[in-house]
Design a protein around this ligand. Structure first.
Ligand code: C2E
Ligand code: CA
Ligand code: CA
Ligand code: CA
Length: 277
C-alpha cells in the first residue's frame, strides 16, 4: 500500500487503542496473578497404541479477573518477556507433581508431561527443584516428561545440550514438542538427548492430503529409525487415528480422546478409573 501522510494516525482507531491498553493491563497483572496463584493446571490425556491412558500433559490456564480466560498463546510469551515464566513453571511443577503422586496411588504407571521454556532450561536451580519435588512426592524421575520445543534447541546449542543431557541423566524423559514446525535440526535427534518426538498437530490435520501425508509418515519412520518414541498430537478424528495407527505411533493425544480437563472434570470422568491404564 502507498504510504500516505498521517497513515498511522488514521489507523490508530479506538479498537486498537483499547487492544493496546488491554495488553498493557494484562502485562501489568501478570506478577500479581502469579502471587495469587491465579494460574492453574489442566490435564490432557495421552494414550498408548492400545488406547490405554499413558499419562497427562499439563497445560496452564488463566482466568483473568477482568478479561476472563486468557489463552496460553497470549500469556506464555508475555511471561517470557517479563522474565516471569520460571515462576509459572515452578508453580505448575509443585501442583502437577503433587497431583501426579495422588493419582499414581491408583494408576502406578501414570506419567506427567510439562512444558518448559528457554529460561527454564537455563535456570541453574531447575535440576535441584525437580529432585526436591520428586523426593517430597516419592516419585521416580521416569514419571516426568519435560517437553521442549525446537526453538529451545537452536539457542545456545552447546549450553542447552549440556543442560538437557544433565536432566536426562537424572532420569527424566525429554520430548521434542511441535516437531516439524520450527527449525528442525536433525542433528539433535542423533545425540541421545531426546526420547520422544511429538508430531505437530499441523501434520495430523493435513493427513487427508497425499503429499502432506507422505511427509508425516516419513517423519514417523525417521523417528523410529532413531529409536525415538512418537506421539501424534492434535488427533481430532477417527480417520486421522486410523492412518496414524497404520504407522504405529507409540502415543496419541488430541480432542478425539479428550480435551484438557480440570482436576474436577477428570475426577468425574472415566480416565482415572484403575481400568483406564
Ligand atoms: P503445546 O504444548 O503444543 O500444547 C498443545 C496445545 O494444543 C494445547 O493448547 C492443547 O489444548 C491444544 N490441543 C490439544 N489437542 C488438540 C486437538 O485435538 N485439536 C486442537 N485444535 N488443539 C488441541 P493450549 O493449552 O492453548 O496451549 C498452547 C501452548 O501454550 C502449548 O502448546 C504450549 O506451548 C504453551 N503452554 C501451555 N501451558 C504452558 C506452560 O505451563 N508452560 C509453558 N512453557 N508453555 C505452556
Ligand atoms: Ca507441549
Ligand atoms: Ca505441541
Ligand atoms: Ca505448540
Amino acid at each position: 500500500a502507498k504510504k500516505t501522510p498521517g497513515y498511522q494516525i488514521r489507523c490508530y482507531n479506538s479498537t486498537m487503542q483499547s487492544n493496546i491498553s488491554k495488553r498493557y493491563q494484562i502485562q501489568q497483572s501478570l506478577k500479581q496473578a502469579l502471587l495469587d496463584e491465579a494460574f492453574y493446571p489442566v490435564y490432557q490425556p495421552i494414550v498408548n497404541s492400545q488406547g490405554m491412558l499413558k499419562g497427562f500433559e499439563l497445560l496452564s490456564r488463566w482466568q483473568h479477573s477482568e478479561f476472563g480466560p486468557i489463552a496460553p498463546d497470549t500469556f506464555i510469551p508475555l511471561l517470557e518477556e517479563e522474565g516471569l515464566i520460571s515462576l509459572l513453571t515452578q508453580q505448575m511443577l509443585h501442583k502437577g507433581l503433587a497431583q501426579l503422586a495422588q493419582w499414581r496411588k491408583t494408576l502406578p504407571e501414570l506419567t506427567l508431561s510439562i512444558n518448559l521454556s528457554v529460561p527454564d532450561i537455563a535456570d541453574a536451580q531447575l535440576p535441584e527443584l525437580l529432585q526436591q519435588l520428586l523426593q517430597k512426592q516419592q516419585l521416580p524421575a521416569t514419571a516426568l516428561t519435560l517437553e521442549i520445543t525446537e526453538s529451545i534447541l537452536i539457542q545456545q546449542k552447546d549450553h542447552i545440550t549440556k543442560k538437557l543431557e544433565h536432566l536426562k541423566m537424572q532420569g527424566f524423559s525429554i520430548a521434542l514438542d511441535d516437531f516439524g514446525t520450527g527449525y528442525s535440526s536433525l542433528s539433535y535427534l542423533n545425540n541421545y538427548t531426546v526420547d520422544i518426538l511429538k508430531i505437530d498437530r499441523s501434520f495430523v490435520s493435513n493427513l487427508s492430503d497425499p503429499k502432506a501425508r507422505r511427509l508425516t509418515l516419513a517423519i514417523i519412520h525417521l523417528a523410529k529409525e532413531l529409536e525415538l518414541k512418537v506421539t501424534a498430537e492434535g488427533v481430532e478424528q477417527l480417520q486421522q487415528l486410523t492412518i496414524l495407527q497404520d504407522e504405529y505411533c507409540h502415543f496419541y493425544q488430541g480432542y478425539y480422546f479428550s480435551k484438557p480437563l480440570t482436576v474436577n472434570e477428570l475426577e468425574q470422568s472415566q480416565w482415572l478409573k484403575p481400568s483406564s491404564q
